[in-house]
Design a protein around this ligand. Structure first.
Ligand code: BGC
Length: 550
């Protein structure tokens, strides 16, 4: 990195702690060549929007060369840009502009698996003797021809696919076209570390590491035990998916991963101010694993947690118990929270059915998310309070949704194009027919409709991110939960001498919460109208209150 913007960004090595990271799904952000699919030039063009929010960094979902069976999460060349998205020069342009605007760039490395078109896999599957024969997870069938064990693919069916050339099965935790790399092989690790270095030299500021707890499998290929029905939950896979019926102790979450994460960290530490957030998907031990991966200062900086991506409506007791469970499991660890992303139903719909005032609801949730102890990822369109888009079966693109339709509709409803201009063709996303339809309901909430309205959800995100930046306790502080009656939620964030009280009303009815003892100086600038009257904090529907404590 050579630009002045980049040098300023490199000065703060701890930038990731408490950062607000804005997730861009490149296919759906901004198209500049009329093919109906977003591209890197489009992201560059829209960086001003992200800067206007005050985000510290962007995480860009994969834009590498790919047959797009899983829309980029199936990489066939880690060191190039897929022509749909542009080329390496476009990426250099994106980084330069982001740094000029003070935004760091995190890219999404998918290292657990590749595409079946990746030359590594093409070679690996060609025989049992080639130089890359052991780069993927190959195993003989059982004597009766069935797969080696009971492991399941998240996207449905067995995690094993038969290969008629090698007369063996290969492992795939996702699509059959996403064969699992064998990270037990040090050559595979070296090749992946070289990929990371390639992008670090190019100027990226960090990584989102896809499915980080899937990197290693049990070498003995032992069967996963069945999970008791009462322990099943739909956090990382929908309830209709039998993936939830197993305890995933052998197909993922293996202890060998810790050593590899240390190797990965050592590469990052060769460069200034780099940070990584690892995605940990595990419905039973997710927080514990996130703690293991982020403790000790020698592995991941942060882990991305699924606790608030689940269908269950968020409640004060869920928030407190999740945060306290993480603190207990990993007092030194650091989590990155999100309410929405490109894999789950948008939270405005997931948690908002039956709620009449979606604007107030969205503002409250945004402020709660940005007050939690941890870093934050916000997903494109969340700042507009976009609901999940309704799609017809014929419009579906996501193989996951096609597999489980209609009980689980897949991930297309959260991936429809960003809406910039409510009056323009296709919401200003593209001049051509978009790869997924633009939702009519979204057009009314486009950036153009919210930009000039001080009371809009968009301006609330801008205001609240600025508010968070003003008080380091909100970004980096410790947390202590106070006992208040649901549906209110109260906690104190502390950093040095700064103590900030945060109180939320998670309901459509007004609430009253007793003022804590001692001096309470109400803060302003966050956009909420709660007030203290006679030692009581009065919160309107979906209200919040922030104050400095002595
Ligand atoms: C990504 C998904 C992807 C899967 C397989 C994830 O968790 O977020 O979009 O399908 O990994 O790479």
């Amino acid at each position: 990195m050579t630009t002045t913007g980049a040098s300023i960004l490199q000065a703060d090595k701890d930038w990731w702690r408490g950062a607000v990271i804005y997730q861009v799904y490149p296919r759906s952000y901004q198209d500049t060549n009329g093919d109906g699919i977003g591209d890197l030039k489009g992201i560059t063009q829209r960086l001003e929007h992200i800067a206007s929010l005050g985000a510290d960094a962007i995480w860009i979902s994969p834009f590498f060369t790919s047959p797009m069976k899983d829309f980029g999460y199936d990489v066939s060349n880690y060191e190039d840009v897929d022509p749909i998205f542009g080329n390496l020069a476009d990426f250099d342009g994106l980084i330069a502009e982001a740094h000029r605007l003070g935004i760091r760039v995190m890219i999404d490395l998918v290292m657990s698996h590749t595409s079946d078109r990746h030359p590594w896999f093409v070679e690996s599957r060609s025989s049992r003797e080639n130089a890359k024969a052991d780069w993927y997870v190959w195993a003989d069938s059982k004597p009766d021809g069935s797969p080696p064990n009971n492991w399941l693919s998240i996207f449905g069916g067995s995690a094993w696919q038969w290969d008629p050339t090698r007369l063996q099965y290969y492992l795939h935790n996702f699509l059959t076209s996403q064969p699992d790399l064998n990270l037990h092989n040090p050559e595979v690790q070296d090749a992946l570390l070289a990929v990371a270095r390639f992008w670090l030299v190019r100027g990226v500021d960090g990584f989102r590491l896809d499915t980080i707890n899937f990197y290693f499998h049990d070498k003995e290929l032992r069967d996963n035990p069945a999970l008791a029905p009462e322990r099943r939950n739909a956090q990382t896979a929908p309830a209709v998916n039998p993936y939830n019926y197993q305890e995933h102790i052998y197909d993922k979450n293996r202890p060998e991963n810790l050593e590899f994460l240390k190797r990965f960290r050592a590469v990052m530490d060769e460069f200034p101010a780099i940070a990584a957030v690892g995605e940990v998907g595990d419905s039973q031990r997710g927080l514990e694993i996130a703690g293991e991966y982020t403790s000790g200062g020698d592995k991941m900086h942060m882990c991305y947690a699924f606790e608030f991506l689940a269908p269950d409506p968020i409640t004060p007791s869920i928030v407190a118990s999740v945060q306290q469970a993480f603190e207990k499991a990993a007092p030194e660890g650091w989590v990155c929270w999100a309410f929405s992303n490109h894999d789950v139903m948008r939270h405005i719909t997931r948690w908002g059915l039956g709620i009449s005032d979606h604007v107030a609801h969205a503002k409250l949730l945004a402020s709660l998310l940005m007050s939690l102890k941890g870093s934050v990822c916000i997903y494109q369109g969340e700042e507009l309070a976009l609901p999940e888009a309704e799609l017809a079966y014929e419009d579906l693109q996501d193989p996951y949704g096609i597999q489980f339709w209609p009980d689980f509709k897949g991930r297309d409803g959260c991936r429809t194009p960003m809406v910039w201009d409510g009056k323009a063709l296709f919401g200003g996303f593209s001049d051509g027919k978009p790869w997924l339809p633009v939702s009519g309901e979204h057009l009314a909430r486009a950036v153009s409709a919210q930009d000039g309205d001080p009371d809009s959800v968009l301006n609330h995100y801008r205001r609240f991110i600025a508010f968070r930046k003003q008080y380091p306790a909100l970004a980096k502080g410790e947390v202590e939960y106070l006992t208040v009656d649901e549906p209110a939620l109260a906690f104190v964030r502390t950093y040095g001498n700064e103590r900030i009280l945060c109180v939320f009303n998670l309901s459509q009815e007004k609430q009253a919460v007793a003022k804590p003892d001692g001096a309470v100086e109400a803060l302003e600038g966050h956009g909420f109208k709660a007030a203290i009257k006679n030692d009581t904090i009065e919160l309107p529907a979906w209200g919040a209150f922030f104050a400095r404590l002595d």
